[in-house]
Write a protein that binds this ligand. Sequence first.
Ligand SMILES: NC(=O)CCC(=O)C(=O)O
Length: 267
Amino acid sequence: MLRVGVLQLDVQVGNREANFIRVKEWVERSWVPSKLPTAIVLPELWDTGYTLEKANMLASVEGNETASFLGELARKYGVWFIGGSTLAKTERGVTNRAQVIDPQGKLIAFYDKVHLFPLMEEDKYLVAGDRDCIFDWEGVSAGCVICYDLRFCEWMRCYALKGVKPLFIGAEWPSARAKHWEILLKARAIENQVFVISCNRCGVTTENTFDGRSLVVDPWGEVLLDAGSKEGLYFVDIDPDKVLEARTKVPVFKDRVPALYDYITMI
Ligand SMILES: NC(=O)CCC(=O)C(=O)O
Protein backbone atom coordinates (compact mmCIF):
# COMPACT_ATOMS: atom_id res chain seq x y z
CA MET A 1 0.00 0.00 0.00
CA LEU A 2 1.06 3.56 -0.71
CA ARG A 3 -0.35 6.83 0.65
CA VAL A 4 -1.29 9.88 -1.39
CA GLY A 5 -1.89 13.36 -0.03
CA VAL A 6 -3.73 15.74 -2.34
CA LEU A 7 -2.97 19.37 -1.45
CA GLN A 8 -5.83 21.25 -3.07
CA LEU A 9 -4.67 24.85 -2.88
CA ASP A 10 -6.33 28.23 -3.46
CA VAL A 11 -3.29 29.50 -5.36
CA GLN A 12 -2.37 33.18 -4.77
CA VAL A 13 -1.66 34.52 -8.26
CA GLY A 14 1.85 35.93 -8.73
CA ASN A 15 2.80 35.49 -5.06
CA ARG A 16 5.27 32.63 -4.65
CA GLU A 17 6.11 33.48 -1.03
CA ALA A 18 2.44 33.35 0.02
CA ASN A 19 1.98 29.97 -1.69
CA PHE A 20 5.15 28.58 -0.09
CA ILE A 21 3.86 29.62 3.35
CA ARG A 22 0.44 28.11 2.67
CA VAL A 23 1.85 24.76 1.53
CA LYS A 24 4.15 24.60 4.55
CA GLU A 25 1.26 25.37 6.89
CA TRP A 26 -0.99 22.70 5.38
CA VAL A 27 1.69 20.05 5.66
CA GLU A 28 2.49 21.05 9.26
CA ARG A 29 -1.17 21.12 10.22
CA SER A 30 -2.34 17.92 8.53
CA TRP A 31 0.67 15.64 8.66
CA VAL A 32 0.03 12.27 10.33
CA PRO A 33 3.17 10.10 10.56
CA SER A 34 2.65 6.77 8.81
CA LYS A 35 4.63 3.66 7.95
CA LEU A 36 3.27 3.90 4.41
CA PRO A 37 5.45 5.72 1.86
CA THR A 38 3.59 8.94 1.14
CA ALA A 39 3.48 11.32 -1.81
CA ILE A 40 1.93 14.78 -1.69
CA VAL A 41 0.50 16.09 -4.96
CA LEU A 42 0.07 19.79 -5.79
CA PRO A 43 -1.92 21.71 -8.42
CA GLU A 44 -0.52 22.99 -11.70
CA LEU A 45 1.49 26.25 -11.31
CA TRP A 46 0.80 26.01 -7.58
CA ASP A 47 3.42 28.62 -6.66
CA THR A 48 2.51 31.43 -9.11
CA GLY A 49 -0.82 30.61 -10.75
CA TYR A 50 -1.70 31.86 -14.23
CA THR A 51 -0.17 35.26 -14.85
CA LEU A 52 1.75 34.15 -17.89
CA GLU A 53 2.50 37.62 -19.25
CA LYS A 54 4.94 37.72 -16.30
CA ALA A 55 6.20 34.18 -16.92
CA ASN A 56 9.70 35.29 -17.78
CA MET A 57 10.01 37.28 -14.61
CA LEU A 58 8.36 34.71 -12.31
CA ALA A 59 10.14 31.61 -13.64
CA SER A 60 13.20 30.47 -11.71
CA VAL A 61 16.13 28.85 -13.52
CA GLU A 62 15.05 25.24 -14.25
CA GLY A 63 12.39 25.69 -11.53
CA ASN A 64 15.17 25.42 -8.93
CA GLU A 65 13.68 27.82 -6.40
CA THR A 66 10.53 25.71 -6.12
CA ALA A 67 12.42 22.41 -6.15
CA SER A 68 14.62 23.52 -3.26
CA PHE A 69 11.58 24.68 -1.22
CA LEU A 70 9.89 21.30 -1.78
CA GLY A 71 13.16 19.48 -1.16
CA GLU A 72 13.47 20.98 2.31
CA LEU A 73 9.89 20.07 3.19
CA ALA A 74 10.34 16.57 1.73
CA ARG A 75 13.41 15.97 3.93
CA LYS A 76 11.72 17.30 7.05
CA TYR A 77 8.69 14.98 6.72
CA GLY A 78 10.25 12.07 4.79
CA VAL A 79 7.63 12.55 2.07
CA TRP A 80 7.57 12.60 -1.74
CA PHE A 81 6.28 15.55 -3.71
CA ILE A 82 4.97 14.46 -7.09
CA GLY A 83 3.59 16.71 -9.77
CA GLY A 84 2.06 20.09 -9.40
CA SER A 85 4.10 22.42 -11.53
CA THR A 86 6.13 25.59 -11.61
CA LEU A 87 7.45 27.96 -14.28
CA ALA A 88 10.96 26.88 -15.28
CA LYS A 89 13.39 29.07 -17.22
CA THR A 90 15.22 26.81 -19.68
CA GLU A 91 17.53 27.38 -22.66
CA ARG A 92 14.52 26.93 -24.96
CA GLY A 93 12.22 29.33 -23.10
CA VAL A 94 9.86 29.06 -20.11
CA THR A 95 8.16 25.70 -19.53
CA ASN A 96 5.29 24.56 -17.30
CA ARG A 97 7.25 21.97 -15.28
CA ALA A 98 6.06 19.27 -12.87
CA GLN A 99 8.68 18.13 -10.38
CA VAL A 100 9.24 14.81 -8.61
CA ILE A 101 11.09 15.17 -5.29
CA ASP A 102 12.07 12.14 -3.22
CA PRO A 103 12.06 11.97 0.62
CA GLN A 104 15.77 12.88 0.67
CA GLY A 105 14.79 16.15 -0.98
CA LYS A 106 16.34 15.27 -4.33
CA LEU A 107 14.70 16.20 -7.64
CA ILE A 108 14.62 12.81 -9.38
CA ALA A 109 12.49 13.61 -12.43
CA PHE A 110 10.58 16.42 -14.10
CA TYR A 111 7.98 16.85 -16.82
CA ASP A 112 7.49 19.82 -19.13
CA LYS A 113 3.83 20.08 -20.20
CA VAL A 114 3.55 18.71 -23.72
CA HIS A 115 0.10 20.02 -24.72
CA LEU A 116 -0.05 23.78 -24.13
CA PHE A 117 -3.56 25.09 -23.45
CA PRO A 118 -4.44 27.90 -25.88
CA LEU A 119 -7.49 29.12 -23.91
CA MET A 120 -5.09 30.21 -21.15
CA GLU A 121 -2.50 31.51 -23.65
CA GLU A 122 0.14 28.95 -22.77
CA ASP A 123 1.05 28.69 -26.45
CA LYS A 124 1.85 32.44 -26.44
CA TYR A 125 4.15 32.53 -23.43
CA LEU A 126 5.53 29.02 -22.91
CA VAL A 127 7.44 26.34 -24.81
CA ALA A 128 6.18 22.76 -24.84
CA GLY A 129 7.96 19.70 -23.53
CA ASP A 130 8.76 16.80 -25.81
CA ARG A 131 9.04 13.76 -23.54
CA ASP A 132 7.17 11.76 -20.93
CA CYS A 133 8.06 11.50 -17.24
CA ILE A 134 8.20 8.01 -15.76
CA PHE A 135 9.94 7.24 -12.48
CA ASP A 136 10.16 4.68 -9.72
CA TRP A 137 7.94 5.50 -6.75
CA GLU A 138 8.78 3.06 -3.95
CA GLY A 139 9.12 0.14 -6.39
CA VAL A 140 6.12 1.14 -8.49
CA SER A 141 6.42 2.66 -11.96
CA ALA A 142 4.64 6.03 -11.86
CA GLY A 143 4.16 8.89 -14.30
CA CYS A 144 3.07 12.48 -14.36
CA VAL A 145 1.35 14.81 -16.80
CA ILE A 146 -0.31 18.21 -16.48
CA CYS A 147 -3.93 19.36 -16.85
CA TYR A 148 -4.79 19.77 -20.58
CA ASP A 149 -2.68 16.63 -21.28
CA LEU A 150 -5.64 14.74 -19.80
CA ARG A 151 -7.61 15.32 -23.01
CA PHE A 152 -5.06 13.39 -25.09
CA CYS A 153 -5.94 9.74 -24.66
CA GLU A 154 -3.02 8.67 -26.90
CA TRP A 155 -0.58 10.33 -24.52
CA MET A 156 -2.02 8.62 -21.44
CA ARG A 157 -2.01 5.32 -23.32
CA CYS A 158 1.74 5.69 -23.96
CA TYR A 159 2.29 5.88 -20.21
CA ALA A 160 0.14 2.81 -19.56
CA LEU A 161 1.92 0.85 -22.29
CA LYS A 162 5.24 1.70 -20.64
CA GLY A 163 4.03 0.11 -17.38
CA VAL A 164 2.88 3.12 -15.36
CA LYS A 165 0.41 2.18 -12.60
CA PRO A 166 -0.38 5.50 -10.90
CA LEU A 167 -0.62 8.51 -13.15
CA PHE A 168 -0.33 11.89 -11.39
CA ILE A 169 -2.06 14.95 -12.84
CA GLY A 170 -1.64 18.48 -11.48
CA ALA A 171 -4.21 20.92 -12.81
CA GLU A 172 -5.77 24.38 -12.91
CA TRP A 173 -8.98 23.25 -14.58
CA PRO A 174 -11.72 25.91 -14.43
CA SER A 175 -15.24 25.06 -13.26
CA ALA A 176 -16.63 26.05 -16.70
CA ARG A 177 -15.54 22.58 -17.88
CA ALA A 178 -15.85 20.71 -14.56
CA LYS A 179 -17.96 17.97 -16.17
CA HIS A 180 -15.17 17.18 -18.64
CA TRP A 181 -12.67 17.04 -15.78
CA GLU A 182 -14.58 14.40 -13.84
CA ILE A 183 -15.52 12.28 -16.86
CA LEU A 184 -12.03 12.36 -18.39
CA LEU A 185 -10.31 11.44 -15.11
CA LYS A 186 -12.57 8.42 -14.74
CA ALA A 187 -12.28 7.47 -18.43
CA ARG A 188 -8.46 7.62 -18.38
CA ALA A 189 -8.42 5.40 -15.25
CA ILE A 190 -10.85 2.84 -16.70
CA GLU A 191 -9.45 2.65 -20.24
CA ASN A 192 -5.84 2.36 -19.06
CA GLN A 193 -6.64 0.37 -15.91
CA VAL A 194 -4.42 2.61 -13.80
CA PHE A 195 -4.81 4.85 -10.76
CA VAL A 196 -5.39 8.46 -11.72
CA ILE A 197 -4.31 10.81 -8.95
CA SER A 198 -5.30 14.39 -9.63
CA CYS A 199 -4.86 17.67 -7.82
CA ASN A 200 -6.76 20.72 -9.08
CA ARG A 201 -6.65 24.19 -7.56
CA CYS A 202 -9.69 25.77 -5.90
CA GLY A 203 -10.74 29.41 -5.47
CA VAL A 204 -11.49 32.37 -7.69
CA THR A 205 -9.19 34.55 -9.84
CA THR A 206 -9.99 37.60 -11.98
CA GLU A 207 -10.38 35.27 -14.98
CA ASN A 208 -11.71 31.96 -13.67
CA THR A 209 -13.44 30.03 -10.92
CA PHE A 210 -12.00 26.70 -9.88
CA ASP A 211 -14.10 24.02 -8.19
CA GLY A 212 -11.25 21.89 -6.95
CA ARG A 213 -12.80 18.40 -7.15
CA SER A 214 -9.36 16.76 -7.04
CA LEU A 215 -10.12 13.07 -7.51
CA VAL A 216 -8.21 9.87 -6.90
CA VAL A 217 -9.70 7.20 -9.15
CA ASP A 218 -8.82 3.50 -9.06
CA PRO A 219 -8.37 1.21 -12.13
CA TRP A 220 -12.08 0.29 -11.96
CA GLY A 221 -13.15 3.92 -12.19
CA GLU A 222 -14.13 4.05 -8.51
CA VAL A 223 -13.51 7.38 -6.82
CA LEU A 224 -11.36 6.75 -3.73
CA LEU A 225 -11.09 10.42 -2.84
CA ASP A 226 -13.07 13.52 -3.84
CA ALA A 227 -11.57 16.63 -2.25
CA GLY A 228 -14.70 18.74 -2.82
CA SER A 229 -14.21 22.45 -3.35
CA LYS A 230 -12.34 23.61 -0.24
CA GLU A 231 -8.64 24.14 0.27
CA GLY A 232 -6.98 21.35 2.25
CA LEU A 233 -4.63 18.38 2.36
CA TYR A 234 -6.56 15.14 1.89
CA PHE A 235 -5.08 11.64 2.31
CA VAL A 236 -6.01 8.29 0.79
CA ASP A 237 -4.26 4.90 0.53
CA ILE A 238 -3.89 3.04 -2.76
CA ASP A 239 -3.01 -0.58 -3.51
CA PRO A 240 -0.99 -0.76 -6.76
CA ASP A 241 -1.83 -4.51 -7.06
CA LYS A 242 -5.33 -3.43 -8.09
CA VAL A 243 -3.90 -2.66 -11.53
CA LEU A 244 -3.03 -6.29 -12.15
CA GLU A 245 -6.35 -7.39 -10.67
CA ALA A 246 -8.29 -5.17 -13.11
CA ARG A 247 -6.17 -6.28 -16.09
CA THR A 248 -6.59 -9.96 -15.19
CA LYS A 249 -10.38 -9.67 -14.90
CA VAL A 250 -10.85 -7.48 -17.98
CA PRO A 251 -7.89 -8.28 -20.28
CA VAL A 252 -7.85 -5.07 -22.32
CA PHE A 253 -4.08 -5.00 -22.68
CA LYS A 254 -3.96 -8.63 -23.79
CA ASP A 255 -6.77 -8.10 -26.33
CA ARG A 256 -5.43 -4.98 -28.01
CA VAL A 257 -4.80 -5.23 -31.78
CA PRO A 258 -2.05 -2.62 -32.26
CA ALA A 259 -1.56 -3.53 -35.94
CA LEU A 260 -4.97 -1.95 -36.63
CA TYR A 261 -4.15 1.19 -34.67
CA ASP A 262 -1.22 2.27 -36.85
CA TYR A 263 -3.15 5.18 -38.30
CA ILE A 264 -2.76 7.00 -35.00
CA THR A 265 0.96 7.42 -35.62
CA MET A 266 0.48 8.16 -39.35
CA ILE A 267 -1.87 11.19 -39.11
N1 LIG B 1 -4.56 24.60 -17.37
C1 LIG B 1 -5.09 23.80 -18.26
O1 LIG B 1 -4.40 23.09 -18.98
C2 LIG B 1 -6.58 23.84 -18.35
C3 LIG B 1 -7.17 22.78 -19.24
C4 LIG B 1 -8.64 22.93 -19.39
O2 LIG B 1 -9.26 23.73 -18.71
C5 LIG B 1 -9.34 22.10 -20.37
O3 LIG B 1 -10.56 22.29 -20.51
O4 LIG B 1 -8.72 21.25 -21.03
